[in-house]
Design a protein around this ligand. Structure first.
Ligand code: ATP
Length: 118
């Protein structure tokens, strides 16, 4: 994944007037927004209804994280992301649940970050 189009992804995200809930959660630090440039070694590992899923390393860590991308940042996508955030918040303590770590924006995507299930 290249980060050339990071600004395009950011523009798409900030231009959508329905994303206030997510923006506010980031500003208030309820959701951590990670710097995209610190992720490396992207490898596509899956494909869902909303976009591709990648695994990647964070900084110099050898552990992988799962990054879920969202192809089009429209109202349906925003609703889905918020729904996932709310569900995750309810069940994040459970060992069998994929943990939500935060979000990042880059390479034309808005991505949510999770622990990787092998
Ligand atoms: N945390 C993760 N660790 C490892 N693989 C993952 C992880 N999250 C998703 N995947 C892989 O990516 C695929 C797509 O996941 P995603 O959550 O986007 O879609 P889905 O839940 O399968 O379907 P939908 O998008 O309709 O909800 C999964 O089937 C799985 O193979």
């Amino acid at each position: 994944m290249s980060n050339n189009t990071e600004s395009n992804a950011l523009v798409k995200f900030t231009e959508n007037s329905n994303n206030e809930w997510i923006e506010e959660a980031i500003v208030k630090d309820y959701i951590k927004c990670y710097e995209f440039n610190y992720f490396s070694n992207f490898q596509e590992i899956g494909f869902g209804g909303f976009g591709k899923v990648f695994r990647a390393n964070w900084k110099s860590s050898h552990n992988y994280l799962a990054l879920k991308s969202f192809f089009s940042f429209n109202n349906t996508t925003i609703k889905e992301i918020i729904k996932e955030f709310k569900i995750q918040r309810e069940v994040d303590f459970h060992d069998n649940i994929i943990h939500f770590c935060g979000v990042t924006i880059g390479a034309a995507y808005f991505l949510t970050i999770h622990n990787l299930l092998i």
